[in-house]
Ligand binder design. Structure first.
Ligand SMILES: NC(=O)c1ccc[n+]([C@@H]2O[C@H](COP(=O)([O-])OP(=O)(O)OC[C@H]3O[C@@H](n4cnc5c(N)ncnc54)[C@H](OP(=O)(O)O)[C@@H]3O)[C@@H](O)[C@H]2O)c1
Length: 249
C-alpha cells in the first residue's frame, strides 16, 4: 500500500482535476478543505491553512503534499508557512508547490506572494519540487464572463496568453508527485500563444455571442512585463489542448 498524498486546494479548479489522477495511479488521497469532504474515494480533512487548524492531522503519515491551495493574495505566504511548519513537525514529506510562470519577472502583488512561497518551500529543509505553469484556460474564460454586463469586453492591449488545460497540468503534477523531489521543475505552458483580444473573440464565438472586444493599453510595470511576455513559456508549450478545444468541450 502506497503512503497517502495530501492535496491542499483539492476542492479547487486544479485540485479537482488532480485528485482522480492520483487515485488512478494508486495513491491513497487526502483532501484538505475548510469545508466538509465531498470528493469520492478520498479521505477528507477539515482544516484551515491560515489558522493552522487541522493541519497536523492532515499531514501526519503523508509522504507527499501537493500544495495547490491559494487565497489569491498575500495570505498565501502565511498559509504556506503554516503548512511547512506542520510538515516539518510531521514526517518531512516531499512538498510539491504549484506556481506561475513569471512570478520572478511580473511585479503583481499576487506573483510576489507566490515567489515568496516558492522561496519558503525551497528553504524549508523539506524535499521539494516547484512546478510553474502558465494561465489556465478557465482564467481566460473568467476574464470574459466577469465582464458579461458590459457592452464590450476589454482586454489588455499588446498582451498575449498561453493558456493551458488544468487536466494536463494535473497529469504533470501526478507524475511529479510519484517521482523523487525535482527542485524547480521545467515550466509548463499551453500549446499556443495568442493575443488576449483574440482569445476573448474565440470565447464569444464559442458562445454564439456578438460583442465588441476592445484591446486597451494598460499602464504600470506589471502590464509592461505582460506585454513583454514575461509570463509566457513558449519553449515549454507542452500542453496539447488548445483554448478552442477547451471551449468546444
Ligand atoms: N488559475 C490560473 O490560471 C493559475 C495558473 C498557474 C498556477 N496557478 C496556481 O494553481 C493553484 C491552484 O489554483 P486554482 O485556480 O485551482 O485555485 P482555486 O480554484 O481558486 O482553489 C483554491 C483552493 O484553495 C483552498 N483554500 C483557500 N484558502 C484556504 C485555506 N485558508 N485553508 C485551506 N484551503 C484553502 C480552497 O479550498 P476550500 O475553499 O475548499 O477550503 C480551494 O480548494 C494555485 O496555487 C494557483 O496560484 C493558477
Amino acid at each position: 500500500m502506497k503512503n497517502p498524498i495530501l492535496v491542499t486546494g483539492g476542492t479547487g479548479r486544479l485540485g479537482r482535476a488532480l485528485v482522480p489522477q492520483l487515485l488512478s495511479a494508486g495513491h491513497p488521497v487526502r483532501v484538505l478543505s475548510r469545508r466538509p469532504a465531498t470528493a469520492p474515494d478520498t479521505q477528507g480533512f477539515r482544516g484551515d491553512l491560515l489558522t493552522g487548524e487541522g493541519l497536523d492531522e492532515a499531514v501526519a503519515g503523508a509522504s507527499v503534499i501537493v500544495h495547490c491551495a491559494t487565497g489569491n493574495g498575500r495570505s498565501d505566504i502565511k498559509a504556506t508557512r503554516n503548512l511547512l511548519h506542520a510538515a516539518l513537525r510531521g514526517g518531512r514529506p516531499h512538498l510539491l508547490y504549484v506556481s506561475i510562470v513569471g512570478v520572478d519577472r511580473v511585479g503583481l502583488s499576487y506573483y510576489r506572494a507566490k515567489l515568496a512561497c516558492e522561496r519558503l518551500v525551497a528553504d524549508s529543509g523539506l524535499p521539494w519540487t516547484v512546478q510553474r505553469t502558465t494561465q489556465f484556460h478557465e482564467l481566460i474564460v473568467w476574464m470574459c464572463t466577469s465582464q458579461r454586463w458590459l457592452p464590450a469586453i476589454v482586454m489588455p492591449g499588446g498582451v498575449s496568453f498561453q493558456p493551458v488545460d488544468t487536466g494536463e497540468v494535473a497529469v504533470r503534477l501526478a507524475a511529479l508527485a510519484g517521482a523523487p523531489p525535482a527542485g524547480r521543475a521545467p515550466d509548463m505552458g499551453g500549446p499556443e500563444v495568442r493575443r488576449a483580444a483574440d482569445l476573448a473573440r474565440a470565447y464569444l464565438r464559442s458562445r454564439g455571442a456578438r460583442r465588441p472586444v476592445l484591446p486597451v493599453p494598460m499602464p504600470g510595470v506589471a502590464m509592461r512585463a505582460y506585454r513583454a511576455g514575461e509570463h509566457l513559456a513558449p519553449e515549454h508549450a507542452d500542453g496539447r489542448i488548445t483554448f478552442d478545444q477547451f471551449l468546444a468541450a
